[in-house]
Design a protein around this ligand. Structure first.
Ligand code: ADP
Ligand code: ADP
Length: 225
């Protein structure tokens, strides 16, 4: 079975064709990195999968369900963006629990789930600190914990490491991979950084001008028959 299928997606903004017939399938539990230069349509693809943008044509299938016209809040996606997405004046635990507030869970169950997720990302001991007190890398771990807390059908990572310095970027990249393998969440990771894509992904999809040029495991990517 296929977990995610983006089918012949186009998206135009006036005269700009952000997506021009994008086809992409992701297997259950797989981490696919979408790689490509700025402006090639990576973020547009991710936003359409998230329900934050609407395709001009084409379909979005998740777990065999057609979500093309399903709004973002009914889609069950976990998202991590570039940076600054936490509430700085909430504690780390409250930030993680925030995503669970609309679900039918008790305060204590939300709290327990938040702590479990913070242990997973190695921040259990920081649960009671304010988000603003953490480093950029730690804040991104919290954002990851928050995204995973809802047990998303798909985890969407949009340049989650771009705002971090080089050393932290490599550490967190490896950490994201470890956690993703442990949890087994189907993941789409958008990046313009080739080394990063090759290091984290089961398969790397190379985008150009709104479509997928090739998609392959990192070891096969630059070998042409
Ligand atoms: P990437 O994520 O690969 O940098 P994007 O998906 O952000 O690319 O953008 C693809 C193209 O669509 C770019 O030319 C961008 O300027 C354009 N674009 C994206 N969003 C909008 C928008 N809301 N309005 C107009 N143009 C947009
Ligand atoms: P990224 O660089 O991560 O792809 P951008 O900074 O390009 O993201 O886009 C951030 C937001 O601005 C998105 O909502 C995108 O749709 C919008 N956007 C991008 N390009 C344009 C554009 N040319 N005109 C209007 N909105 C845009």
């Amino acid at each position: 079975g296929v977990a995610v299928h983006l089918q012949d997606l186009t998206r135009t903004y006036g005269a700009t064709r952000a997506l021009d017939g994008l086809d992409l399938s992701i297997e259950p539990g797989e981490l696919v990195a979408l790689l490509g230069p700025s402006g090639c349509g990576k973020t547009t693809a991710l936003r359409i999968l998230a329900g934050l943008d609407v395709a001009t044509s084409g379909q979005v299938l998740v777990g065999g369900r057609d979500l093309t016209r399903v709004p973002a809040n009914k889609r069950d996606m976990g998202m991590v963006f570039q940076a600054y997405s936490l509430f700085p004046h909430l504690t780390v635990a409250d930030n993680v629990a925030f995503g669970l507030r609309l679900r039918r869970t008790s305060t204590s169950a939300r709290r327990a789930r938040a702590l479990e997720m913070l242990e997973l990302v190695g921040l259990g001991q920081h649960a009671s600190r304010y988000a603003a007190e953490l480093s950029g890398g730690q804040q991104q771990r919290v954002a990851l914990a928050r995204a995973l807390a809802i047990e998303p059908s798909v985890l969407l990572l949009d340049e989650p490491l771009s705002a971090l310095d080089a050393k932290v970027r490599v550490q967190l990249r490896d950490e994201i991979r470890r956690i993703q393998l442990e949890v087994g969440t189907t993941t789409l990771f958008v990046t313009h950084d080739q080394e990063e894509a090759l290091a984290v992904a089961d398969r790397v999809g190379v985008m150009n001008a709104g479509r997928l040029e090739q998609i392959a495991p990192p070891v096969d990517l630059y070998e042409r028959p």
